[in-house]
Design a protein. Structure first.
Length: 485
């Protein structure tokens, strides 16, 4: 633990959804859901307007549509998110050489190592300056946590959401943590939380009072020791720049054990797609697919399959995970599932997130399945396959939310497509909400386009943060406060 709150944690607010709202004036202040839109689609991010309706990340899109039927449902635009993320990370790099990215929209920063803060006052000034810079450069908001450890800085940023800053003064950690739910601590998921609740422990204070020996008895030696230290607010992990990840994985713990084999397989396939999304976000590919299954009796099984070469293809990873599942007995019930990829390698494709190849392959497959009848064939051909083909082609060529350009009407984005038509709203990030027009999917004047910048003329922060105060030792630095612009 540090004697000053010089570890900063930044978490962009509802990142994907906020970027879409910033890019689309007609969606500002409205419910927006970003994620997969197919029958097995999963929510990646929901705007705060959608969250108030009960929508959250990792929720099946079908369930989200029932909760928020009038929300805008958009396919992710990773090229845009990556561009904005690079802008944010460049600002963080100006604060310190020690920046530890956790994802596209989240990172730790060691302010002390960069000489930008050495006490509460200078840390707060740096945090507020960062939030201002991010908004000026990207048009988006981020929440900042400042503390003497990584764990507390992350908790602080979560408590500051949305669009806030929270500084935890060293020495006040236990008082702040005491009334919080045990779920606030890293590594305490639904299953562990429920296990602790049955033992009468629902708050961090309960864990600290129980003592290390009791926690070890309840959850095991390694987890119990770490849980007790966290309950006391102790965390000595350093900020590590450019971490070289050895694997990428995702896992879910279920509130109720899964017994339906079809549901188990569907969950594995969903996790495989999420795993590939993280893999691509890290600009990596991997050669070994790993399946993790924790059964009803807490026994954990791990299976792996090594591929012929590195991949970031969701279909390849999903099928490999499905094959691994076939070798696991899940009849007694499943508490946890996880899918990971190891044997990572740098991915060199120029545009990692482009889906053109997948779209061409799917379109070609659709054309082969529903090809037009040859001359002399019966004319009485069912219209339904042709309609299905048109809808498939439209959805793949014109994903909802993606950018387009029309030679007469200019830049816009796809509101929806199907039955041989595509509906476009023509507007730009800096314009008023635009008008809506519908075209044939093969309109020669309409083409896919690259995303526009979210800020038309970004402020010049080339000299930032030279103007920030380095230290105000001895100045008033009352702790535990939250502030906003």
């Amino acid at each position: 633990m540090r004697p000053a709150p010089t570890i900063l944690h930044l978490d962009m607010d509802a990142f994907y959804a906020s970027a879409e709202q910033a890019a689309k004036p007609s969606l500002r202040g409205k419910a927006v859901v970003v994620g997969g839109l197919g029958p097995r689609g999963v929510v990646a991010t929901a705007s705060y307007e959608a969250r108030r309706l009960g929508v959250h990340s990792a929720m099946p899109t079908a369930q989200a549509r029932r909760l928020a039927p009038n929300a805008a449902y958009l396919v992710p635009r990773f090229s845009l998110y990556r561009t904005v993320s690079d802008q944010v990370m460049e600002l963080l790099g100006r604060l310190s050489p020690l920046v530890e990215p956790l994802s596209l929209d989240e990172a730790f920063v060691d302010l002390e190592a960069g000489g930008t803060a050495d006490d509460a006052a200078s840390a707060r000034a740096t945090g507020e300056g960062l939030r201002t810079a991010i908004r000026a450069v990207t048009g988006l908001s981020g929440s900042v946590g400042l503390a003497g450890s990584k764990m507390l800085a992350k908790i602080a940023s979560e408590e500051a959401k949305p669009d806030g800053l929270l500084l935890i003064e060293p020495g006040t950690e236990r008082e702040l943590l005491a009334p919080m739910s045990v779920r606030i601590l890293p590594g305490v998921g639904p299953a562990t939380g429920d296990h602790l609740r049955r033992a009468g422990m629902t708050t961090v204070h309960d864990l600290a009072e129980a003592g290390e020996a009791e926690l070890v008895r309840l959850v095991g030696k390694a987890h119990g020791h770490g849980l007790y230290r966290m309950a006391l607010g102790l965390d000595d992990r350093p900020v590590v720049a450019e971490r070289d990840a050895k694997s990428v994985s995702v896992e879910d713990t279920f509130d109720v054990d899964l017994h339906d084999r079809v549901r188990v397989r569907a969950e594995v396939e969903r996790l495989a797609v999420r795993c590939v999304e993280r893999l691509r976000a890290a600009d990596r590919s991997g050669r070994t697919v790993v399946l993790k299954v924790r059964r009803y009796d807490f026994s954990t099984l791990t299976r792996s399959e090594t591929l012929r070469g590195p991949t970031d293809d969701p279909t390849v990873v999903r099928e490999a995970a499905g094959r691994l599942l076939e070798s696991v007995d899940t009849t007694g019930g499943v508490r946890l599932l996880g899918v990971g990829v190891t044997g990572l390698a740098d991915y060199t494709q120029e545009d990692l997130f482009a889906q053109a190849a997948d779209a061409r392959e799917l379109a070609q497959r659709a054309q082969e399945e529903h090809r037009a009848p040859a001359e002399g064939d019966e004319e009485d051909v069912a219209a339904e396959p042709e309609q299905d083909s048109a809808e498939l082609l439209a959805a793949r060529r014109w994903p909802a939310g993606h950018d387009v350009h029309h030679e007469e009407h200019g830049h816009g984005w796809v509101q929806g497509s199907g039955v041989g038509r595509v509906t476009v709203r023509f507007e730009e990030p800096w314009s008023a909400p635009g008008r809506v027009l519908t075209f044939r999917i093969d309109d020669p004047l309409l083409r896919p386009a690259d995303p526009l910048p979210l800020v038309r003329e970004a402020a010049d922060y080339s000299s930032w943060p030279a103007s920030l105060p380095k230290s105000r030792s001895g100045a008033d630095s009352a702790g535990g406060g939250e502030s906003s612009p």
